[in-house]
Write a protein that binds this ligand. Sequence first.
Ligand code: ACO
Length: 428
Amino acid sequence: MSETAKIEIGGKSYEFPVVTGAENEKAIDIKKLRGTSGCITIDPGFKNTGSTTSAITYLDGENGILRYRGYPIEQLAEKATFLEVAFLLIYGELPNKKELADFKASITNHTLVHEDMKQFFEAYPAKAHPMGVTASMVCSLSTFYPESQDPNRPKEAIDLTIHRLIAKLPTLAAMSYKNAMRHPFVYPKNNLGYCENFLNMMFSMPTEDYEPDPVVAEALNKLLILHADHEQNCSASTVRIVGSSQANLYASISAGVSALWGPLHGGANQAVIEMLDKIKEDGGDLEKWVAKAKDKDDPFRLMGFGHRVYKNFDPRAKIIKKACDDVLEKLGVEDPSLDIAKRLEKIALEDPYFVERGLYPNVDFYSGIIYKALNIPTEMFTVMFALGRLPGWIAQWKEMVENKEPIGRPRQIYTGETERDYVPIEKR
Ligand code: ACO
């Protein structure tokens, strides 16, 4: 017999099915709760709420497990290319040789953005944060491809939008960086790999030759894979919920970019480096900063520490920490921030406050140090995260559409004034 759960409200008992996932995770299916009992559930931050069933990413926060479509993140980060992983996430299986060649060819074919988009860039102030620019540019793509606004397009048309997004996001991201420095834009080079092309658009200058360093390209490939999906996080849920209104894919992804920007989510990678710099400038007294993080009257938190789901360790942080050591060594870069980060991690991990709350370094704790070593400017760190997360967002959107999920529309418990009569202004 399948499992059920009973909920008792006002002396009356209601029974609900229990849903079991592929890895034996359990959920009470309360779809009929309001209809039968008149009650809703309340769960701010959705800490106990599954918004969907999904076959994309499996995450076990207690045991530090992360798998894309069943493949362990450790194997993918070690052996795969980012485009292979993008294909896997979006289409469900690793591509064979022909599928990968076709996928790459299609993406390579769409790397240019419309020349008119340059005018948008030029209108932004030089100090514009590249995340604001990137979110706007991704949404602007929908205006160049108005057919993308039709929610009932055939599969081929949807694939074209997907390929355009994967092809153009690196171009737009690099343009936002060049624009911030008021340097000339560098056009994509289709003979280069995905990561090499991005590096070329970022760092190539008309004044000198630039050859992407294979060590840098390899590190970038790994970082993008590690960020490629993370099931129903803040930005993925945003993409799904915006897409559930049948807003087009560009608009949905743009919303995801905005959700990622915050320092409690993807913006943490920028915040970590800023925090490490602040600690360094302040004399490097780590005990003082750990004490600040523990003080409830102090808004300071250890950025790059803690995770909504991982309460043991973040498997991505483990891989990144090692990659960080490798990259710095291979590039011959010495970064005092790495030393501060390692000492800070050690102190925090021995402190009962962090241990009791299951606060471990997350993916963003070390990624910023690698990005810094790769010469990526701090303000671009979260854009790098967005580049990596794009296939995950697309896969989440596609799954939501294919599963014909209803429009996302949570309920609430109203706590404001009950009905009262309007009072004319002279009597207030
Ligand atoms: N420093 C100090 N204390 C912390 C930290 C931190 N980084 N993170 C959580 N805590 C404390 C909270 O104050 C709270 O303590 P309390 O129980 O005494 O009130 C407890 O740990 C639980 O924290 P919550 O905020 O309730 O946990 P939640 O799951 O809501 O938040 C989050 C998770 C947002 C990631 C949080 O740990 C945080 O703010 N971390 C720093 C920002 C960060 O690194 N974000 C990146 C996350 S990874 C990603 O999105 C890619």
